[in-house]
Design a protein around this ligand. Structure first.
Ligand SMILES: *Cc1c(COP(=O)(O)O)cnc(C)c1O
Length: 408
């Protein structure tokens, strides 16, 4: 009989979101009249920017003509999109990233998992705790971890706690590591990284020949102009970092699908006998073999994000969500909750009150306020006792949810 990949059996069977659904469904069945407000899911709610819609409509029309038809495009993305990205997202901020170091894709979720294809199996890996579950699960699936222990932590991974004691700053690992996943602004804690914080990691990586996988999916939500949007704003990063970016949260592309990965030509890894190999060449080979590019229509939509109207519309979108975050922060702090994040990220991270654990607080909010959030423990052991509320919702729902939480 055909053999399966037994690494999949080590996975903690997608515990978090199914368990939330189970509890929400049970509650709704018992209380059919109640109207629930969901501040749990990390998906955007506002419509696409008009500039993107218009560009995609035009591209569809073009595709229906013989002169404007496009078949397979370059696997790395069309040059006009790669150039717009390099210029606007990097060169404008003083980062030396060129268009051919940008690889356009259909999502950061896949890129941040697929990157393991070009990296060795024996790398020592560090993730933060709590963490975006994709980094951990993709390592489990590809056989790079041991089994999970009682607390849900996998053997072979180094966990770097993010908590209120360390100000949600990722401290350097106590044991040596080769591969480090960092996500700032952070999902789920809503924390942001300063230049000093990132420089500490870049120095570590350069001194230890390690690689940083930097997820900047939420960079557009940064409000303070002095904070870094990219790891490439840090000196020395061109030798030790790869960055993932996405149009999902910034421009509402979660259903449209477009993202990109930046691999500087100067980042190298090593073969077993110590020869240096550049990662750009390996990723280029991987993408050309296993990926056929993002649709022309969608890439035209992503390009429109950089037009004058597209920039204004995405700024408006981001500021709408950030006003939601600020309402959540303000209302909950004045009601006595300890809140973190939400200033440079669309997530507010709350300490569950009265010593409740994450799931107890989940049930408490569900039962008494009919508000659904995400238990912090679902993102890792160090998330226990915390709770994530997302700012991705209508103003009306956010205001109503806050009224209900404050009343209880
Ligand atoms: C939403 C999100 C992404 C974006 O994923 P896409 O596949 O591009 O939609 C990446 N990283 C984190 C941490 C996210 O929360």
């Amino acid at each position: 009989m055909v053999q399966i990949n037994r690494n999949y059996l080590k996975l903690k069977a997608g515990y978090l979101f199914p368990e939330i659904s189970r509890r929400v469904n049970a509650f709704s069945q018992a209380n059919p009249q109640s109207s629930l407000i969901r501040l749990g899911i990390g998906d955007v709610t506002e419509p696409l920017p008009q500039a993107c819609c218009k560009a995609m409509k035009d591209a569809v029309e073009e595709m229906g003509t013989s002169s404007g038809f496009h078949g397979y495009g370059p696997e790395q993305g069309y040059p006009w999109l790669r150039e717009a990205i390099a210029k606007n997202d990097f060169q404008a901020r003083g980062c030396q990233i060129s268009a051919d170091e940008i690889f356009v894709s259909d999502g950061s979720k896949c890129d941040s998992s697929n990157i393991l294809d070009i990296l060795g199996e024996d790398n020592r890996i560090a993730v933060t705790d709590p963490v975006y579950p994709v980094y951990v699960d993709s390592n489990v699936m590809s056989g790079r971890t041991g089994d999970a222990d009682q607390s849900g932590q996998y053997g072979g991974l180094s966990y770097i706690p993010l908590n209120s004691e360390n100000g949600f700053e990722a401290e350097l690992p106590l044991e040596p590591v080769d591969l480090i996943y960092l996500c700032f602004p952070n999902n789920p804690t809503g924390a942001v990284a300063s230049k000093e914080h990132l420089a500490k990691w870049v120095n570590y990586a350069n001194q230890n020949n390690a690689l940083i996988l930097f997820d900047a999916a939420y960079e557009a939500f940064i409000q303070d102009p002095l904070l870094p949007h990219s790891i490439f704003e840090i000196d020395g990063s061109r030798n030790c970092a790869i960055e993932f970016r996405s149009f999902s949260k910034k421009a509402g592309f979660t259903g449209t699908r477009c993202a990109y990965t930046v691999i500087p030509k100067s980042v190298h890894g090593s073969t077993a006998n110590g020869n240096k190999v550049d990662l750009w060449t390996l990723w280029n080979r991987r993408q050309s073999t296993k990926f056929n590019g993002v649709s022309y229509i969608v890439q035209r939509g992503a390009e429109a994000v950089y037009s004058l109207s597209g920039q204004l519309q995405t700024e408006k979108l981001v500021s709408f969500y950030m006003q939601n975050a600020s309402i959540i922060r303000k209302e909950l702090s004045s009601a006595g909750y300890k809140v973190f994040g939400g200033e440079h990220a669309p997530y507010v991270w709350i300490e569950a009150p009265k010593g409740q654990n994450s799931w107890q607080f989940f049930d408490y909010l569900l039962q008494n306020a009919n508000v659904v959030g995400t238990p912090g423990s679902g993102f890792g052991t160090a998330g226990e006792g915390y709770f994530r509320l997302s700012a991705f919702n209508s103003r009306e729902n956010v205001e109503e949810a806050m009224k209900r939480i404050i009343r209880i």
